[in-house]
Design a protein around this ligand. Structure first.
Ligand code: GCO
Length: 450
């Protein structure tokens, strides 16, 4: 028992969070460049201009990964590095950078997992209406085709979108991420449909141009953990998990059912169907593409129990003093049991955790090391829960720690440290944290030592 023999162990990053070199070698502007340079939007006014300087230090980082036994690296491509205006002209220097990165990874025996979109949307396309524009799926398809043609000979694992809940929900519904807009449902529901259509077109393009590649999709959501093992509480958690509330942009089923099941969830259609663009039914066929992985980023969950109300469920608050990470998310390891269980039960697709990890108040100690027992304990508990789900039949294919190294945590700037490797942003010095050495042993044993 335990994890399958070919279980994929890895670590993840994303372009804007680590690359830096924001104005170098012909890279175009992204909405995150614009947003982070707008006073008052990001903690401490931090920007991704330099970040971890991964653009220049990727070889050193790849060598470190090898040393740490990380055999799979999930990273994302910055669309405006490849196509500065989002469409049309291609920036060869951008392609060259990812070629250097991919070749270096392969030389080090590390398998690349390429996320095609992790939020750094070209500003030029934002000016053309972004995802609200009916042409936006086609823009994405063209960009993905370029990635497939340029990298598909060496990259065999792709993820289309990372967390549409966040880049649409936080970016356009709640305004706390780039581009910082507060748009009505009549704008954002069409956006969600176009993102889903873009996902479908991207999968088709990858199948055609990078035959044999494994393709996945990586949304997110907070698993609902049943308050007890009673059937009533389990059903309450399931209903809450897949429900569509007025806060639809955070929903799992709205963003996953069309791609995995070929239909919008009924509850969502009742509430928001009237805002979907004309002809949406016809697009479902494009959106619903066979996938090799259904991936999720899972950090925390919350407890739900059966209730005698219209929903049939209610949230159970965490007890006073319950453990939290530095970013104030509750430590809730059962999220990595119930999340995969419910998701696999519904979508019946090989499952991947593309992100899991915690932010801690890490610092380099007097002895020159970074001691982070809380991270080790967090990952240990979550991996035990995930292994239990795998042993009970979830087709769990892999796990990527978030993150390889400390990096730019979006609106929180450099205030949160999620890395297995500590980064001193003044000197760019990397210091391996204790948890990375522990994770190495876990990976080497395929999770047996947990
Ligand atoms: C996200 C992203 C990552 C984050 C991580 C920690 O979920 O926001 O995929 O870029 O850095 O999840 O918040």
């Amino acid at each position: 028992m335990g994890f399958r023999e070919d279980f994929i162990w890895g670590a993840a990053t994303a372009s804007y969070q680590v690359e830096g070199a924001a104005r170098e070698d012909g890279r175009g502007e992204s909405i995150w460049d614009r947003f982070s340079h707008t006073p008052g939007k990001v903690f401490h006014g931090d920007t991704g201009d330099v970040a971890c300087d991964h653009y220049h230090r990727f070889a050193e980082d790849a060598a470190l990964m090898r040393e740490l036994g990380i055999r799979n690296y999930r990273f994302s491509v910055a669309w405006p590095r490849l196509m500065p205006e989002g469409t049309g002209a291609v920036n060869q220097k951008g392609i060259d950078f990812y070629n250097r990165l991919i070749d270096t990874l392969l030389e080090q025996g590390i398998t690349p997992f390429m996320t095609l979109f992790h939020w750094d949307y070209p500003s030029a396309l934002q000016a053309r209406g972004a995802w609200e524009n009916p042409d936006s799926p086609k823009w994405f398809e063209d960009y993905v085709a370029l990635c497939a043609r340029s990298f598909g000979d060496r990259v065999h694992n792709f993820l289309t979108f990372n967390e549409p809940q966040c880049f649409i929900g936080l970016g356009y519904v709640k305004g706390i991420h780039a581009p910082g807009l507060l748009l009505p449902d009549s704008s954002t529901i069409p956006m969600s449909h176009h993102v889903l259509k873009a996902h479908g077109l991207a999968v088709k393009a990858l199948r055609e141009l990078a035959p044999g590649a494994c393709v996945g999709y990586a949304p997110c959501g907070e698993p609902c953990i049943p308050a007890s093992d009673s059937e009533a509480d389990i059903e309450a958690a399931r209903r809450s998990y897949f429900g569509v509330t007025d806060d639809w942009s955070w929903s799992i089923s709205w963003w996953s059912d069309p791609a995995l099941l070929g239909a919008y969830p009924e509850q969502g259609l009742q509430k928001f169907g009237r805002y979907l663009p004309r002809g949406w039914e016809r697009d479902l066929e494009i959106i619903h593409q066979p996938l090799d992985y259904y991936a999720q980023n899972i950090y925390n969950g919350h407890v739900v129990r059966a209730a005698d109300n219209a929903d049939g469920w209610e949230n159970v608050p965490f007890p006073a003093g319950a453990p939290k990470t530095a970013i104030q998310w509750f430590v809730s390891p059962d999220a990595l049991y119930w999340g995969p269980k419910f998701l696999y039960e519904r979508y019946k697709t090989p499952f991947l955790i593309t992100e899991n990890g915690m932010s801690c108040h890490d610092a380099v100690s007097l002895d020159g090391k970074v001691h982070d027992p809380n991270r080790e304990d967090y990952m240990h508990r979550y991996l035990l829960a995930y292994r239990r789900a795998a042993e009970e039949g979830v087709d769990a294919r892999g796990y990527f720690a978030w993150s390889l190294m400390d990096n730019y945590e979006w609106a929180s700037g450099y205030n949160e440290r999620f890395g297995l490797v500590h980064v001193d942003y003044q000197t760019q010095k990397r210091t391996v944290k204790d948890s990375a050495y522990w994770y190495k042993r876990v990976m080497e044993s395929n999770g047996v030592i947990l």
